[in-house]
Design a protein around this ligand. Structure first.
Ligand code: HXC
Length: 310
């Protein structure tokens, strides 16, 4: 039975806003990323999800495809984001089968609770490799397609909204600049990347040194992309989820017997739902989010602002 819409996206969006767009998502078989992709596919996109486990990745891809008749969703398993060549091959297959890449979600991550003393050098490095190198590899492999999609976006906006008439006359009079190209319009929906971050490093979180360092690196990477590739029509943002119910991350970080008390302590009195993250993703990739870049959208119900948050 198909998953009810309310489990992965709110009903406020128009159903066709991502028609003919393609999303490429690492960690796409995971609970949060699969909801993000499911929401985008529901709204018209086709998708390619990447994972390490072949059976799980293919099964989740098939399941996501059921949300919309005609949706194309490819699941590519046996891809380790730590290996650039794996990602490059996956990107080539995605482009060959789906025609390009407009949106990227760099979602693959690894985590566990461990004190700094317990962390072996290799354990620290493994999380850095999956989170930071993996995000970089994802960016690097998809960047040509993001630039292509973002470039189209800019051309669309430049032709859609010429400069206001008085400015146009002035520019024409001085004869120096093509007046129709001085004021790109708001809008456009291609050439977008979202990295999945965390709030752990905002204050310092015990037993999370490895992932905190990694997520701080990802914050920095996203900022560089926003500045360096903004001129080519690419936007880059981070979504940092708080405690999201029924995710592997929360299962690993919070013992079951502590959940009820922890939920009550939250400012909004609940854990996040994967839908909260999916809706934030839709906003950032949509026409409405076209001027938002170089930002972190923290979707955590104010968890990190309270004492005792993650
Ligand atoms: C201490 C551990 C450990 C643990 C693994 N290691 N688990 N050390 N405590 N619980 C050590 C191993 O002993 C090894 O070091 C090194 O880490 C590498 O582990 P491997 O098992 O060899 O394989 P690898 O595939 O590299 O493992 C990756 C992993 C694993 C990150 C360690 O947990 C993983 O694959 N997780 C994927 C799924 C996942 O974590 N999802 C949750 C993401 S949630 P030695 O020295 O022995 O060789 C998330 C949210 C963050 O990221 C924010 C939340 C708010």
């Amino acid at each position: 039975m198909p998953l009810p819409q309310s489990e992965y996206i709110s009903n406020i969006w128009k159903d066709d806003i991502f028609t003919n767009k393609v999303v490429f998502c690492t960690g796409g078989a995971g609970t949060i990323c699969s909801a993000q992709v499911r929401a985008l596919v529901h709204l018209g996109a086709n998708a390619c999800i990447i994972g390490r486990n072949v059976e799980k990745t293919e099964r989740v891809a098939q399941d996501i495809a059921t949300v919309r008749p005609g949706a194309k969703v490819i699941g590519i398993g046996a891809v380790d984001v730590r290996k650039f060549e794996d990602l490059k091959e996956a990107v080539e297959r995605c482009v060959k089968e789906l025609g390009g890449i407009d949106y990227v979600i760099a979602g693959a991550a690894g985590n566990f609770l461990a004190s700094i003393e317990q962390l072996s050098v290799n354990a620290f490095k493994s999380v850095m490799d999956i989170d930071v190198i993996g995000s970089y590899n994802t960016l690097k492999a998809t960047l040509p397609y993001l630039v292509e999609s973002g470039g189209k976006n800019r051309m669309d906006s430049e032709t859609r909204m010429p400069a206001p008439l008085p400015l146009k006359c002035f520019l024409f009079w001085i004869g120096k600049i093509d007046p129709d190209l001085v004021q790109p319009a708001p809008g456009g929906t291609g050439g977008r990347i979202i990295f999945v971050g965390a709030t752990l490093h905002y204050r310092g979180t015990p037993f999370q040194a490895h992932v905190s360092v990694a997520k701080a690196g990802i914050d920095s990477l996203s900022n560089s992309v926003a500045i360096e590739y903004g001129p080519r029509g690419v936007t880059s943002n981070i979504i940092s989820p708080g405690p999201i119910a029924q995710t592997e991350g929360l299962e690993r970080l919070l013992p079951s017997d502590a959940k009820a008390a922890y939920t009550k302590s939250q400012p909004l009195g609940r854990f996040g739902h994967v839908r909260d993250i999916a809706d934030a993703t839709v906003y950032l990739f949509s026409d409405a989010g076209s001027y938002v870049t170089g930002q972190t959208l923290v979707v955590d119900g104010a968890n990190w602002r309270m004492s005792g948050g993650f």
